[in-house]
Structure formats: C-alpha cells, structure tokens
Design a protein around this ligand. Sequence first.
Ligand SMILES: *Cc1c(COP(=O)(O)O)cnc(C)c1O
Length: 331
Amino acid sequence: MKLEALPRRRYTPHPTPIQKLDRLSKHLGGPQIWIKRDDLTGLAGGGNKTRKLEFLVADALRQGADTLVTVGAVQSNHCRLTLAAAAHEGLKCRLVLEQRVPGSYRKEASGNNFLFDLLGAETLTVLEGGSDLSGAMQAEAEKLKSLGRKGYVIPGGGSNALGAMGYVVCAREILAQCLDMGLAFDEIVVASGSAGTHAGLLVGFNAANAGVPLTGLNVRRPRAEQEGNVHKLAVEAAAFAGLPAPSRDSVVAFDDWVGPGYSIPTDEMVEAVRLFASLEGVLLDPVYTGKAAAGLIGLARRDHFKPDANVLFVHTGGAPSLFAYQDILAS
Ligand SMILES: *Cc1c(COP(=O)(O)O)cnc(C)c1O
C-alpha cells in the first residue's frame, strides 16, 4: 500500500531538528558530526518507537482493538512509548518483559521500569531470557478475547513491515531537510537493534536514490546475523510499501561496540554518554545510543570517515533509562 494512504496517528507535530555538534566534532578532530534529534519525537520521553507507533496504533484502532500487547527488555523504551500511546488513545496496555540478562528484573527499579507503572501498564508478565515471547503475547490476546475484549499484538521494538514505515517517513524527512539546508551527508549512522529503524531508513533512502551510505551500529547480535535480520525486514517493508528492495550489500551493521552483550555496559559507552552530555548537552542512553555513539567515535578514531566528511548520527532516544544506570555513569 502507498505510504500516503496508510492510516497514521500523529504523535510529533513537527520534523525533528538536525543540529551540528561543533564541540564534539572539534574534540574528535573530525568528521563534522550532525545529529538528527529523534529523541525529541512526541509521547512520554520521546524516541524512535514513537514513529513506528504512529502506524501500528492507527492499525490497532482501525481493527477496533481496546488493548495493546507488546514485549521488551526490562528497561524497554518501546514498552514505555507503547504505554504512552495507549494512554493517549484511551486504550489499555499489557506488557511481556524479557530478562535478557538473567535476574535483571527488579520491581523497584527506576528508569523506564518506574514509568511502566506511572503510565498505567495493566499487567506485567516477566519471563526468562529466550522464552517464547510471541507465544506469551498470543496467550495474552487469548485471555483478552475470553474477557470479551480485543488485543492488538505489537512485536518487539514495533519492528515489522508496518512499524518500519515510520522510518521510511523519517528518511524522507531527512532528505527534505538536507535540501532545505543545502547539505548532503556523506554517511548516516544509526543504532541497530530489533532492526525496524535501520531497515526503514534503508528502504527510504534507497527508494529516493539518495546515494548516502547508512551504517548500523549493532547493540545485541553478531554482525552477519544482524545484517541478515535488517535485510529481511527491509525486503518485507519495501514490498509492503511498493518500493524497491535494498540490496544485501547495502546493509552494514558493525558489532565492534556491542561489548559483552545487550544492555551490558562498556567503557566506550560510558565515555560516549559522558562526552555527548558534557560537550553538547545531549543525553544519550546506556543500551542503544550510548553504544551507537561509542561506535561513531570509534569509527572516527579509526579514520573510517574523511576528516571533513559530514556525518549524521540519528539519535533514537532512550534517556529515561539513564536513571537505572546511575551507579555506572556517575563520575
Ligand atoms: C529500540 C531502540 C533502538 C533500536 O531501534 P530498532 O528499531 O529496534 O533497531 C535504538 N535506540 C533506542 C533508544 C531504542 O529504544
């Protein structure tokens, strides 16, 4: 279906800004680093899931659902934003939480976990890592059905073809801003997790023939596995929107800054979070953008970019989880 004709709710009343990070660029001795402020999207605390939810929640409403059901890690930004969208739309929301790090769920934890309660999660089901998550969400939808209600299941990170449309839209928004600013980026860098953001951007840039390389920075999986996931979703999303499918070799997702595993802190992440905060007044997060920015800084130090290249870092949000990592991030 054509993107323009898809049902969509609007949660951000403006394009998110593109800003130059002069002090960080100078500190690193190049490249010229710019930032796309998708941490300033709408809904509680903002972040990339807001764009996906514009399409997913519109579909839920069209289907007459009264409850959103979704899944995430114990500090999931996606779960926070799905709850916020549900509250805003007058829907209920049930969460399935996966302990990707064994024993990582703590009922009293701060950050997003506190917001799950504040934003009114109807139920929270905490499972061990590697559990059958889609099975658990289906079971939740069945339970709702037996109560005469109607659930709408949103996959982890909102990353299916429909959710990825949010980032096809973002790619178009970035290209329109480039035209407006008279600025062509040499490379665009983004965190790559459940893959909807990376895949959507890739489809959007590819369809516009933008000719700008998109570099993913993996936060969880080995490179080949992640690149396969991104490519598969990009092919599905392109087919869904009637756009050309990106080639496999246009998918790049470095795994050098994942560290010991998903959400486990690294020294490079701590450095990146502290640099962005102290030099630019920009808050990153420990799980996604902190590691992606560590990758951006690492690539700059490896001379991956030309010193005068214009590089755009897509800030996908996540700052509320800083408060669950205070012991690691404080000086
Ligand atoms: C979910 C998330 C990502 C990763 O996006 P995907 O679409 O899941 O790949 C990046 N940054 C933040 C802050 C996130 O919450």
